[in-house]
Design a protein around this ligand. Sequence first.
Ligand code: ADP
Length: 321
Amino acid sequence: MAAVHPPDGFFMIKFDILGIGEPLMELSEVSRAGERLFLPGFGGDTSNATIAAARQGAKAAYFAALGDDAFGRDFLALWQREGVDSAHSRILPGERTGIYFISHGPDGHEFSYFRAGSAASLPGPDDLPVGLVPSSRILHISGISQAISTKACDLVFKAIAEARAAGGIVSYDTNLRLRLWPLDRARATIHAAVAQSDICLPGLDDAQKLTGKTTAEDICDFYLGLGPEIVALTLGKSGTLVAIPGRRELIPAFPVEAVDATGAGDAFDGAFLAEWLRNGHDPFAAARYANAAAALSTLGYGAVEPIPHRARVEEFIASRA
Ligand code: ADP
């Protein structure tokens, strides 16, 4: 694995975790007194994960372009409240922030996206701020960060190259969205990026489609074989299978009465990375901590609001010991 910062070069380390990707406004259906209402919330996988890391005490930053609209301004205010540095995130004049609706139909949750051409999909590699990636210990990106446009895909590859050149850690969540790109292109791109990553954070359903493998063990072996030194494969309420070369361990989930598991994987990612940095790079202990944070995040609605802070996670783990 690449050495952890600080590198010999030029850039001072300012952040533990830098997320790059697409923030999305969420509008979630609720029924009140026979009326159908849509309540606003915040979403976007890497933004959620970055906020989760910040709530665990990590110094976090996020880079994205935002729409010239109320939602874009809402995101800047959110990151500021959460202590996520967004000095490099920009509102693009005349452009739009992506949104999605969650409706409740007979088959459960239905997601409707309005994100094509969003502000976040517009920046390309030349728009990556100079020095931002090398100033962070961990770069966290995902399949969605790359799926939203060709330019965004290239920007992520450039960010990965910069992180590696600076001796930083690259963390990649495979997050497969087949509405954004076909499976063959997704697989080629995601696996090329994972091959250049240190930490791979797939979810079981996505990983089965991407790898063609069925068992969690085979999936972990496949991803370790691509190059990362840590694979943490999340298995919903079955927990997380953590693998490093020569060792694999199932870290059980914390049983809870989950009401909404949307964003549990993102909460897991941010908590895992923050805790892994804090605990001296033990991925098994970090996964236990992150399982607790992710379980707590399923107890409320929305992707961001129910993400717990460190004190709550520690209290919860102690209560289950
Ligand atoms: P994704 O959202 O990426 O599909 P998962 O559903 O695998 O991710 O969930 C990520 C993590 O969240 C799991 O590894 C587990 O720790 C936790 N989790 C998810 N669902 C539950 C649940 N119903 N009860 C307890 N923990 C859960």
